[in-house]
Design a protein around this ligand. Structure first.
Ligand code: NA7
Length: 547
């Protein structure tokens, strides 16, 4: 039974980042639906609202990492840098919210605490931490992929007498590092970006590293007006090329095989991609890097050599040089002067793999061998409960009282990474087992929102009310995504969040679709062309009637 004080809408949208904002626009402005969106943040931005740490910067050129849905928007907006920093991306999203009048449909500072499907009414009921109740036929979750910070395995943070900051939940006020002893835990993308900046500001910086990372130069530069004009002259073609690329960027120089190339040829290709920056070394060098150990070894050794060139102290360089897992199987970070930071006399590197962090103490951090590291400021760059965490945090209950937590007890189960069997009318934008973080996010989001909006229209045009994947289609998709992962080197990484391995106790199953964005998009198109193959479309009240 619907709650007596519930507010009723056509659709509930979760989040006000790239996904939630576009979903509000697509459903409300383009489809004239009554929508309400929620975000725990005080304003729009999603990831770019929370991740305000020093050095936070996008890893894909913003000319590509931006919305494509509105030609005037993409023509008029000007990026000042090739890879802009967080404040500029946030300004862009604020501009989008203003331009399309989105804020009036969004409740900020409001978190969804439960989402429950009503089998009889075929409606979702959402409760919020403000005690409100909302019902809607449709739910679009733009809750994000990297929005729930991981709880550190070590205890004692509450005992620390100094200041503690988490990269994924950074305060709005300026943090003053001057003259302070700063400790940073974690050298993923966030930690590596933060180290370069904090090193310049802190009295002393200690970097606590567990697994060294294959970080490569981002190659950022101020926007070149001629390059910008050329890109805007045919933006549509650029977007088309992005959508037809594995990672959603218009790179076109990938060579077939590192193994087949000679040493000199490889060196030339690696130097070129290294110098051009971004993800070119990862995705635009050789096609076999993610699939073949021998190919991967060539680029891994190249990166280690470059690290040794940049770090003065050979022992520090060796500690920073990753070994024992393939390049690209953990998300490769991009950096600016990261390795040079360790040439400063006021920056230290501590290996917490051989000597793990035991606990945070009143004065700093205690390691397993009893060493006490004294800090005034502690920065946690320890990562996220990726992909599944944000959805599970909403306490979702589907058909017949089955929770998403139960459904995903052995790892995520979805169809197309977009919906789960038994959770009707709930669209998970860039959900687990979709290309998501391995596809340029704004484009991945637009594709998913467009698919969801089209599916809603399709159901309604038929005079029906419910769409959900069949269990069989879901099982096939899970098997397919696992098979794709097994064909890559990804399972070889001991700690990769792509595989759910960074969070103790998390089921280890691949969280992303590894067939590449073009194959994925083609599959989605086939599904639609075949009349939403793999989905059951039914009427309200009825249990199920296949379309
Ligand atoms: P990541 O990439 O998950 O990195 C987290 C880092 O924190 C990584 O170096 C971890 O080491 C380290 N970590 C986590 N727990 C510990 C403990 N207990 N002790 C020592 N070190 C620890 O998160 P990021 O925020 O940097 O990046 C996430 C994504 O955001 C990024 O990939 C982009 O897509 C944007 P480990 O590797 O587990 O040994």
């Amino acid at each position: 039974m619907v709650h007596p004080t519930a507010e009723s809408h056509d659709a509930i949208i979760i989040g006000a980042g790239f996904a939630g904002l576009y979903a509000v626009h697509a459903l409300r402005n383009q489809q004239a639906k009554d929508v309400i969106a929620f975000d725990a943040a005080g304003d729009v931005g999603g990831t770019w609202y929370w991740n305000r740490y020093p050095g936070a910067r996008v890893d894909i050129e913003s000319v590509h990492y931006s919305y494509s849905f509105d030609e005037d928007l993409q023509q008029e907006w000007h990026w000042t840098e090739r890879f802009p920093a967080q404040p500029e991306i946030l300004r862009y999203l604020e501009h989008v919210a203003d331009r399309f009048d989105l804020r009036r449909s969004i409740r900020f500072n409001t978190r969804i605490t439960s989402l429950t499907w009503d089998d009889d009414e075929s409606l979702w009921t959402a409760t919020t931490d403000a005690g409100e109740v909302h019902v809607a036929r449709w739910v679009i979750s733009g809750a994000g992929t990297l929005s729930v910070p991981k709880k550190p395995e070590f205890g004692g943070i509450e005992n620390f007498a100094g200041e503690t900051y988490t990269t994924g939940n950074w305060p709005h006020h300026e943090v003053d590092f001057a003259g302070k002893r700063v400790g940073i835990i974690g050298v993923g993308s966030s930690g590596i970006q933060a180290v370069s900046e904090i090193a310049k500001q802190a009295g002393h910086l200690t970097v606590l590293q567990r697994t060294p990372n294959y970080a490569t130069p981002i190659g950022n530069y101020a926007t070149d007006p001629a390059e910008e004009a050329a890109e805007k002259a045919d933006y549509a073609a650029l977007r088309e090329a992005s959508r037809n690329h594995f990672l959603g960027v218009p790179y076109s120089d990938v060579q077939p095989s590192a193994v087949a190339a000679t040493l000199d040829e490889r060196r030339e290709v690696f130097d070129d991609r290294w110098n051009r920056g971004g993800f070119r070394l990862f995705i635009d060098a050789y096609g076999d890097i993610l699939f073949d150990h021998e190919a991967n070894d060539t680029v891994a050794q190249y990166i280690r050599d470059r690290i040794h060139e940049r770090v003065d102290d050979p022992a520090t360089a060796e500690l920073l040089a990753p070994r024992g897992y393939p390049y690209g199987t953990k998300r490769p970070p991009l950096e600016t002067d990261y390795y040079e930071a360790f040439n400063r006399p006021d920056v230290d590197l501590v290996d917490v793999k051989s000597n793990p962090i035991e606990a945070v103490t009143e004065g700093g951090v205690r390691l397993a061998d009893g060493t006490e590291l004294a800090f005034d400021v502690l920065v946690l760059a320890t990562g996220f409960d990726a992909c599944t965490g944000p959805l599970l945090a909403m306490n979702v209950t589907g058909r017949r009282g089955r929770t998403l937590k139960e459904h995903w007890a052995d790892g995520p189960q979805t169809y197309l990474g977009l919906m789960a069997a038994g959770f009707p009318n709930l669209f998970m934008i860039t959900g687990p087992q979709s290309p998501s973080v391995l596809y340029n996010m704004p484009l991945a989001i637009e594709d998913h929102v467009d698919f969801s909006v089209a599916a809603i229209s399709h159901v309604e045009e038929q005079g029906r009310a419910v769409i959900e994947p069949t269990p069989e289609a879901e099982q096939e998709w899970v098997a397919h995504t696992n098979e794709l992962a097994q064909a890559t080197l990804l399972p070889d990484s001991p700690t990769s969040w792509y595989m759910g391995k960074n969070v103790p106790g998390k089921p280890q199953r691949v969280l992303v679709y590894l067939g590449g964005a073009p194959t994925y998009r083609a599959r989605c198109d086939e599904v639609v062309a075949a009349g939403y193959e793999g989905f059951a479309i039914s009427d309200r009240h009825s249990d199920r009637a296949f379309a």
